[in-house]
Design a protein around this ligand. Structure first.
Ligand code: PGA
Length: 240
């Protein structure tokens, strides 16, 4: 729930003006997208027209269509040019009580509409301190692995204690979890475990992006706060 009409325009114009990577470089080295709040998807789609930056959404309904007041169907997001949808962000799990099953259903709807699902997983601080982080993430993965087409997913490891807190997971913590996620996936499909894109999210900024990116199993980032500061976001993009 960040951004307003004028601010969105300012952020995106400034981003487009300062991004020094050419569209070709972006396509080759960097796959970059913006997922605005749903009500601004149309505005952002206009601003991103003819740019290499793709458009995504922050959530979609687990239902296909019908009487679900206030919800937005995946098919509606397609109408506005979305190519990706984030599902299972910890804030959706926490404030809207979304279960693993809801998230699997949402991902299914997104994929059915030809978009990619960015599925978020991650543990709380209590779970990490209790040494349960691997078990928690394994169980979140196991709830989606058998039921959705994982080739149409990007996974985002987002330790809840690192989101919006300024506390980033260390490179070692993030790498070790990404590696663990590939191990869990390998039990279902070895090739998929090597090919799937796994991004890290949680207080990524221009100072920690390079070190995180250098880790073998970290393919990219889900950026929150730093994406509201174009200069920081650009510096993050430039580590790719
Ligand atoms: P942050 O947010 O980068 O501000 O920690 C990440 C997120 O909301 O996924």
């Amino acid at each position: 729930m960040n951004g307003r009409f004028d601010e969105n325009q300012r952020i995106i114009r400034s981003l487009l003006n300062s991004l020094t990577l050419s569209p070709e470089q972006i396509n080759k080295r960097l796959y970059c997208g913006i997922c605005p709040p749903s009500i601004y998807i149309h505005q952002v789609s206009q601003l991103l027209k003819h740019t290499p930056i793709f458009l995504g959404a922050q959530d979609a309904s687990a239902q296909e269509q019908g009487a679900y007041t206030g919800d937005i169907a995946a098919s509606m997001l397609v109408d506005y040019g979305c190519q990706y949808v984030i599902v299972g962000h910890s804030e959706r799990r926490q404030y809207h009580g979304e279960s693993d099953l809801d998230i699997a259903n949402k991902a299914q709807q997104v994929i059915k509409q030809g978009m990619k699902a960015v599925v978020c997983v991650g543990e709380t601080l209590e779970q990490r301190n209790a040494g349960q982080h691997q078990a928690v993430v394994r169980s979140q993965l196991q709830s989606i692995l058998p039921v959705i087409d994982m080739s149409q997913c990007v996974l985002a490891y987002e330790p809840i204690w690192a989101i919006g807190t300024g506390k980033t997971a260390s490179e070692e913590q993030a790498q070790s979890m990404h590696q663990w996620m590939r191990q869990v996936i390998a039990q279902y499909d070895i090739e998929l475990s090597q090919q799937i894109t796994i991004i890290y999210g949680g207080s990524v900024n221009e100072n920690n992006a390079k070190a995180l990116k250098s880790q073998q199993d970290i393919d990219g980032f889900l950026v929150g706060g730093a994406s509201l500061k174009p200069q920081s976001f650009i510096k993050i993009c430039e580590v790719f």
